[in-house]
Write a protein that binds this ligand. Sequence first.
Ligand SMILES: Cc1cc2nc3c(=O)[nH]c(=O)nc-3n(C[C@H](O)[C@H](O)[C@H](O)COP(=O)(O)OP(=O)(O)OC[C@H]3O[C@@H](n4cnc5c(N)ncnc54)[C@H](O)[C@@H]3O)c2cc1C
Length: 503
Amino acid sequence: MAYSADVLIVGAGIGGLTAAALLQERGFSTLTLEKNSYPGGSCASFRHKGYTFDAGASVFYGFSDSQESGTLNLHTRIFDRLGVNVPTIPDPVQIHFHMPEGFDVPVFYERDKYLGVLIKRFPHEESGIRAFYGELESVYEILSALPAGSLEDLAHVMQVGTRHLGKTMSLAWKTFLSMGETARKYISDEELLKFIDMEAYSWAVQDAVSTPLVNAGICLADRHHGGINYPVGGSGAIPEALCEGIRKFGGAVEFGCDVEEILLENGAAQGVRLSDGQVFTAKAVISNATVWDTFNRLVKSPRFQVSEKRFLRAPSWFQLYLGVDASVIPDGFHVHHILVDDWAHYNEPGGTIYFSAPSVLDPSLAPKGKHVVHVFVTDEADRWSEHAREDKQYKQAKEYYGASVIKRTEKILPGLSDAVEVKLLATPLTHEKYLNRYKGSYGPLLHPGQNVLLKPQNRTAVKDLYAAGDSTFPGQGVIAVTYSGVSCASYIARKMGNPLDYL
Ligand SMILES: Cc1cc2nc3c(=O)[nH]c(=O)nc-3n(C[C@H](O)[C@H](O)[C@H](O)COP(=O)(O)OP(=O)(O)OC[C@H]3O[C@@H](n4cnc5c(N)ncnc54)[C@H](O)[C@@H]3O)c2cc1C
């Protein structure tokens, strides 16, 4: 059979593009098929009326130039390998948390400065605070010593296990621990434990007890090492640079290609069929779609269907993309904020407000005298599905809900309602439509207490069909899906006889 490429990739999100770029650089031919007219999925940028908006992600790890970070620092290592330059701007505060009862915590790059803020509010918990955040450091130290690779690749696991026996054993033990239970070993203050829940919720949309310690060790420790760095030009600079790398080594990324079916023959993936009928074939297919979209929609055989119960489905989002008069943002205002009005509802739809104003760091994102603001809250598609997206009632409901979120955001940015000059509102239905994600979900989550290694890896039940992205280990977040792309490419490259060199 004549193949269209060695490997076909369904979707140009960060997971799919990372896998494609590393395979292509290694000499395999790749063809990435993306339904939208731009790359990046939840990490894309889009332009509207002179503003550049981040579609989703805007807090970025993995861009430090430290040589230490084995499994971390992946963006730097990947772009070095591809020979593509992605300039970034360091962000001195990861997130500024505004919690109930005046509990206000900017998470400074400097770890001591950050812990100092916590200790000032909870002096009776000083030793517990140091011990808990020390545990996260120990996870970070292990991960920054181990090279990234596939946990399904026996040769990689043996090599890392032999060279770093102590660290590997220690990491294996830590995969059984949860962030919240570890915190409770050292800390008993209820308000502080709630804040630690919020630290987890900020990226995992689960409380700390449901969040694996290993994931926390990346997100809550690396921010004080590699730090948070924002790509010049917006989040879309990352997927654009991956596309540049793919093309540089002869690969192709095609847009406007809606994959309707992953074609199987004798239980093995053979290629894909687009909604316009075109067929492409390959030796292997990587799906960057969610596990539900891949197995309940693209793979047509009922044999491989994934039941609703297998994972928890994370909520979707209601998002506001705002262009505002710059005078509303005071000098020294931090870029990222999280606001909780009431601990009783923080984890309910709409309970937590996420805020970012990246033009504070990169003024090129907004016209002169303006800022770009992105506000979002969790939401559920079912709440909106009674409306068609074109309905008048749908538009009214969006406006009404959007205004209430803006009003609540005034707690951190007084005068915001009057400063808005440009406004785009997106419901979970928008998210579902633009990203092809089942119910617009942030992705599948493990059930509380499950070992992080139970998250699906890159191989699937279908021979020659692989998965990369936030449905696979280690989970949600741009650096996490980058890891999944690296491990997917590593596995396939070894299987096809030309293993990747470690990054
Ligand atoms: C509002 C929001 C804020 C976030 N904030 C942060 C943050 O600050 N920091 C952070 O690290 N992470 C953040 N995240 C999470 C992060 O953006 C995601 O976890 C990550 O980008 C997901 O990447 P992915 O590769 O799994 O898939 P996606 O981004 O979902 O990309 C999948 C791509 O595949 C395409 N596709 C799907 N099906 C098909 C098909 N059948 N045919 C063709 N193409 C298809 C889609 O169009 C899409 O482009 C945020 C996410 C959201 C939604």
